[in-house]
Design a protein around this ligand. Structure first.
Ligand code: CMC
Length: 426
């Protein structure tokens, strides 16, 4: 807390409010005691200007286009670290020593199997169910098979075990969803493989053929996971913290995060972008027509993969992904007309006054789908891939909230309904 205070005047009275300064000079006014002192609450629908917590995990500057995990830039992390190291960093606060990293990988690789009875639950889902709904249901069902997770306050070792299980089992569950859609047999994990290699093999391997892991794809996918690993108090991370604040199990807090991510305005945008690009392609590739629709206040259509609540400049993740999209398609020898449409759309939108005035730039989802598609992932799986990357961030946010002993999240409201009225009697 700083020495400074802010003043709020209302109805002839003045209230002094503490000012909180962050390590990057961000300033917040602490209104937590305001209602007690004055009877006033603050109103901020959609939390556009509300800080829900202080946090040591991730820093982002939306004006400058900066994103750092635990102080390290995503550019440096992408260049020097693997996703598993970044997961360790986010969850534990520091990069691991080589011994710590070996132990972390070992802990995770021993929990990749999922209880065979969860498979019976899984069997009940229709093959065309959306993967995100199946994934969140299966993550919730883990509570039934690991009931020691139900009390997150019981034993820190149990919490660690739940964290390892989540990181280990999510790729296995994600691969099940994909395989069922194809009607292929499910693959078991192979613990001697790295995190991404194992996932790729479970996804694309068949019992009938040897699966050759392509290091180019592994490298690109690993980077994509790093870029998605955390994004401070976004919709799903905030959801994880809110659910965690009721002291529910970490599994259900993560399942809630998966559900929040599913929406097209959040992680579901990566699926929506490809659907939009395919639509443009099918309609002759006229990007101007779609830009006009996005600008029309009477048309609900939005340019998917554009705009961000926090970034009012290039999303730094999009910059890195765009480079990788070119490289991956090049290496795979794929010519995807959707990439050309995406580039054309970006160019036109960035020159358009509507987008310039509102500071709408391509976000992380704009190019990621093109890479996922080139790698062979079907569109409906894209948001699952986002969830896989975001998992360590959710865990880090949950853990921080628990360590800070934060109270249950319970916002106030301004009631605008009917005043008390008599019950109609005949
Ligand atoms: N296309 C056209 N107009 C847009 C778009 C867009 N993609 N995004 C925002 N606007 C306009 C919006 O209509 C509004 O205009 P006006 O001031 O004339 O009413 C103005 O820009 C501000 O928009 P907003 O909806 O008030 O901004 P927000 O901060 O509430 O919404 C957003 C942020 C990401 C939900 C929004 O930009 C959007 O819907 N984008 C498309 C979906 C998308 O790509 N989501 C992925 C976000 S990045 C991944 C993640 O972290 O979740």
């Amino acid at each position: 807390m700083s020495e400074e205070t802010a003043q709020l005047s209302y109805a002839g009275k003045s209230y002094e409010l503490p000012v909180i300064k962050g390590s990057e000079e961000e300033i917040g006014v602490d209104i937590s005691k305001l209602r007690g002192q004055s009877g006033l609450i603050t109103l901020d629908v959609g939390f556009k200007n509300t800080g829900s917590t202080t946090s040591d995990v991730t820093f982002l500057d939306g004006e400058k286009g900066i994103l750092r995990y635990r102080g390290y830039s995503i550019e440096d992390l992408c260049e020097h670290s693997s996703f598993s190291e970044v997961a360790y960093l986010l969850i534990n606060g520091e990069l691991p020593t080589s011994e710590e990293f070996d132990k972390f990988q070992d802990d995770i690789s021993h929990h990749t199997l999922v209880h065979e009875n969860i498979r019976k639950i899984f069997d009940g889902f229709p093959a065309d169910a959306h993967p995100m709904g199946v994934l969140s249901s299966l993550v919730t069902s883990l509570t039934a098979f690991h009931p020691e997770s139900l009390d997150p306050n019981r034993d820190p070792k149990m919490v660690d075990l739940t964290i390892h299980r989540l990181i280990a089992k999510l790729p296995t569950l994600a691969s099940w969803v994909f395989k069922k859609k194809l009607g292929h047999p499910l693959n078991y994990p192979e613990n001697k493989l790295g995190y991404v290699e194992n996932f790729m093999k479970m996804m694309f391997g068949l019992p009938t053929e040897e699966y050759k892991i392509d290091p180019v794809l592994v490298e690109a996918f690993d980077k994509l996971l790093i870029l998605h690993a955390d994004h401070e108090q976004n919709c799903s991370a905030a959801t994880v913290r809110v659910v965690g604040s009721s002291q529910a199990s970490l599994y259900v807090a993560i399942a809630a995060g998966i559900n929040a991510l599913w929406g097209p305005l959040h992680g579901g945008a990566n699926q929506a972008v490809i659907e939009m690009l395919e639509d443009i392609h099918a309609n002759g590739g006229d990007v101007d027509q779609y830009i006009a629709k996005a600008k029309d206040p009477n048309d609900p259509f939005r340019l998917m993969g554009f705009g961000h609540r926090v970034y009012k400049n290039f999303d730094p993740r999009a910059k890195i992904i765009k480079k990788h999209a070119d490289a991956v398609l090049d290496k795979l020898g794929i010519e995807d007309p959707l990439l050309e449409i995406a580039k054309g759309l970006e160019e036109k939108a960035l020159q358009d006054e509507y987008f310039q005035k509102r500071k709408l730039y391509p976000n992380v989802d704009f190019y990621s789908g093109i890479i996922y598609k080139a790698m062979g992932f079907p569109t409906e799986m894209f948001t699952v891939l986002f969830a896989l990357g975001r998992l360590p961030g959710w865990i880090a946010q949950w853990k921080e909230s628990r360590n800070l002993n934060q109270p249950i999240s319970r916002p106030r409201q301004i009631y605008t309904g009917s005043p008390a009225r008599p019950y109609p009697t005949k």
